[in-house]
Unconditional design. Structure first.
Length: 267
């Protein structure tokens, strides 16, 4: 069976309902047609012009991203600048664009749950509950099989995220038994992670005052970066999509953007 964009979005809705998204967010169809047939999906964190052109070279009919292309209503379309340039080229190329963002972050088997799995956490629970959706919520917190020194966890996390450097708060020999994690930007939840008895909080976009707060509370903190914490988990989710498609009897292949890089870098 060859599904359409609407079929794919219905499958996403089962896993990450739109109602779970933050009010400011805009997941779902960004550009294209619900009736378009899909034979190949190209997966990237962001709907950039580079990602769209890669999807086109791969003969994909759908670009599936984590971050929405459009967050606010557009008052004009200047095809020389983002996001209008992507919208314009997507329409010309006949490629639809769909995003699953904060709804996928908080979903029961979403981005944060995947990060907890990658860290090998046990007894995993939601860090910040949201009403009415069992198992869904922002972030995850769980226990390591046995406590480890912070320096060992830092090395493991560098391997998981594929990075050479991480920003860390805490002494290298701190014993870590319980870890909280929020993919993307979660610095504001330092105190909550501490309340949940976490010895270490892993997130991205950590500010100076978040670091000071963690230090004062006595909780270790690692800034894994917005890009790397989300991209790592999103690629795992993309790989799981293949099994879901097979279970549906869909003739759809999935390609991921291996060349996508963090726009921020160390100099």
């Amino acid at each position: 069976m060859i599904p359409r964009v609407k079929d794919f979005m219905d499958l996403l809705e089962e896993m990450a309902p739109i109602q779970l998204a933050e009010p400011w967010d805009n997941p779902g169809l960004q550009v294209g047609s619900y009736s378009q047939e899909i034979r190949k999906i190209f997966v990237a964190l962001d709907a950039t012009l580079k990602a769209l052109r890669s999807a086109c070279r791969q003969d994909a009919q759908l670009l599936f991203t984590h971050h929405p292309l459009i967050f606010k209503p557009l008052s004009r379309l200047d095809v020389a600048v983002h996001p209008a340039n992507v919208v314009f080229e997507a329409i010309k190329s006949g490629i639809s664009i769909v995003a699953a963002h904060t709804n996928l972050d908080v979903a029961k088997e979403g981005i944060n749950h995947i990060l907890a799995d990658l860290l090998g956490l046990q007894n995993v629970e939601v860090l910040q509950e949201i009403g009415g959706n069992e198992g869904a919520g922002l972030g995850r917190v769980g226990d390591l099989p046995e406590p480890k020194e912070l320096s060992i966890i830092v090395k493991k996390l560098r391997r998981i995220l594929g990075v050479e450097r991480l920003k860390v708060v805490g002494k290298e020999d701190m014993r870590i038994g319980r870890i909280a994690v929020v993919g993307g930007s979660g610095g504001a939840l330092v105190s909550l992670a501490c309340e949940k008895k976490a010895d270490l909080f892993i997130t991205g976009d950590v500010g100076y005052h978040h670091a000071l707060e963690a230090e004062s509370l006595g909780i270790a903190l690692i800034d894994g970066g917005h890009f790397h914490t989300e991209k790592t988990a999103f690629l795992v989710f993309a790989d799981r999509l293949k099994g879901m498609f097979n279970a549906q009897g869909w003739e759809v292949s999935v390609e991921v953007d291996r060349d996508e890089v963090d726009p921020m870098y160390y100099s």
